[in-house]
Structure formats: structure tokens, C-alpha cells
Design a protein around this ligand. Structure first.
Ligand code: S3P
Length: 174
């Protein structure tokens, strides 16, 4: 079978990268991995604990390690990433970069409407201070846009709708 490029999903915390990835794998033959899950299993502790016990720089170094592994060892895979993973400089060598876009307020609404809202907020160290998180969003938005091959506006769309749009756009992009 010919080798197929990975799809790498980027976007701000809580935008729905995991939900979209789960729909993509239901309606295609992609399998998926998630960089945060890989880090947690490698470290045998949560992202929250890693931030508390080691700090952000340590976490970013783990992301770097994962990015080399993805580039060199992974193909035909849908890769869902943590919100800051897009800063890795080999993103384009890993696969087609798909940015899931939404406004900060819509993202916050999405998290707050979730049945596990408080858990979702607590597990993300960078969402502890919402004023700072809004600033981070503003700072990152043009950076996400700059690195994206494909942009999907997820506002008022279901995860399944986003997944279908993603697969169509990736096909056209190939
Ligand atoms: C981060 C996003 C988180 C996780 C970590 C840092 C970020 O992933 O990687 O807390 O820098 O935006 P999610 O985007 O899945 O919440």
C-alpha cells in the first residue's frame, strides 16, 4: 500500500481536536494518536502533574522528543496534538497540518457546556487563569494560521461535520 501522509491536528485547548479525531477514525481507515496521551503514558503521570512537578520547559522537551518520533517513525496516522505542540519546527515534515479554529469565547462556552466541565478546566494548567488564557489565544491565533495547510472553522458544527470537512479538504490538498 502506498505510504500516506499523516494528518496533524492543531488548535487551542478545548477546541475539540480529540472529538474531531474520534469522528475521523469512525468514518475513515485512519488510526489516531494523541501527543498528550503519549506523554502521559511515557511519564506515567498526568500533564497537570508534569507541569506541577517539573514545569513547562520539561513538558515542552517531551513534546520535542515526540515530534522527532512522529517525523521518523509514524505514517498514515491522524495525530491529535496538545495546544502548544504546533510550535515544533518539524510540523510540516510530520504531515498535513490542519488547524481547528474557533473564537476564544466559543471555546470557553464549549468547555463550560461539557458534562465534565470542571475536570476539563482542572486538567489544563494553562486554563487556570482565564485572562492569561485569552491573551495566549490572541498571541497564538496568527501563529496557528501561519503554520496551517488547512483551516477548519468549527463554530456551530458537530464533530462529525468537522471530520467530514477535514477528510474532504485533506483529499483535495493531496
Ligand atoms: C497545552 C495544551 C494542552 C496540553 C498542555 C499544554 C497548551 O493540550 O498539551 O496542557 O500549551 O496549549 P490540549 O490542547 O489538548 O488541552
Amino acid at each position: 500500500m502506498p505510504s500516506r501522509k499523516n494528518i496533524i491536528l492543531i488548535g487551542f485547548m478545548g477546541v475539540g481536536k480529540g472529538s474531531v479525531a474520534r469522528e475521523v477514525i469512525k468514518i475513515s481507515d485512519y488510526i489516531s494518536v494523541d501527543t498528550d496521551d503519549l506523554i502521559e503514558s511515557m511519564e506515567n503521570r498526568t500533564i497537570k502533574k508534569i507541569f506541577e512537578q517539573e514545569g513547562e520547559v520539561y513538558f515542552r522537551n517531551l513534546e520535542k522528543k515526540i515530534s522527532y518520533w512522529l517525523e521518523n517513525c509514524v505514517e498514515n496516522t491522524l495525530i491529535s496534538t496538545g495546544g502548544g505542540f504546533f510550535k515544533q519546527n518539524n510540523l510540516k515534515d510530520i504531515g498535513v497540518v490542519v488547524f481547528l479554529n474557533s473564537s476564544f469565547d466559543k471555546i470557553l462556552k464549549r468547555i463550560k457546556n461539557h458534562p465534565n466541565a470542571s475536570k476539563k478546566l482542572k486538567k489544563r494548567p494553562l486554563l487556570k487563569d482565564l485572562k492569561k488564557a485569552r491573551e495566549l489565544y490572541k498571541e497564538r491565533l496568527p501563529e496557528y494560521m501561519a503554520v496551517a495547510d488547512i483551516v477548519i472553522d468549527v463554530t456551530d458544527k458537530s464533530a462529525l461535520e468537522c471530520a467530514k470537512e477535514l477528510l474532504e479538504k485533506v483529499k483535495k490538498h493531496a
